[in-house]
Design a protein. Sequence first.
Length: 302
Amino acid sequence: GKEVVVANAIIAILTIGGQQLFSFFTFSCPCHVGQNLIYGLAFLGVPALILLIVGYALNNQTWRLVTGKSSHFEKVTSSNWLLKCKLVCFVLCSITGRALVAPVTWLAVTLINGSYYICAVSEYVPMYYYGAAPNVTASERSRILATFPCSQLVPPELTRARDEVILLLRYQSQVAGWLLIAVVVITVFLSYCLASCFSPLSFLHFRYWSSYVHNEQELFDEATEQHSRLYAMQHVRKFFGFVPGSENVKEIRIPSLREWQAISGLAFLKRVDKEHYDYSLLHDWALKECANGKYLKIDEDP
């Protein structure tokens, strides 16, 4: 839907801005044999991997897919196992598509910039193509090439060769970046086309279904907030003797030391029976204990 497109565009723009700031403040090629490749690939790959993991973690569908599923899969019969696998694969593809927006944007912008790629592969360029330092050993040639990303370290007689090598590597990096963008755009377009072709719904019916799912989720979240508040309010009323926000409170309940201890401490989800859980220590206390004890009358006049 439009919301997904807007969200993906915002993610891409933020990633581009972050990449530019990241490059400006942190990237400094070591210009040393054996270190350039590791340094360049680390700046290319590690942020992309982190962005991918963050993309998975920020998607609610990820947690809907994995939360509490270990016990659920044990009950799945062989007859609907294939259907379950297809559904899981579909959801995983959807989650992955959303999660790939930021890392692919990072890789594409980084490759078009060219600095990381130049740093990573400069020492592997066949330098003899440029007629520079033809009589040096292979190790010395690699050492010289490794200094090319740092113009201040290059001898004056190799300045021309250095410029030609940098131009070649920048060309390769930018072509790779545009090819990555083209492949991603074509893949996304074809994926949407295939999904539309195999959809059991017509165009207008699909739009209605998307609208329904969106509205259902919003209403469910609102009902969850109100229901949980009302349910928690019953337990708070039992413990303190009044509901927060009530007017003309006539009396309040004074909890005992034992009751304070019962609701304090670390709370874990506690299974009561096959169908019900206690959500907190206060919930557990309210279901088990009688609300007897000391009550204090409250004067009407403040």
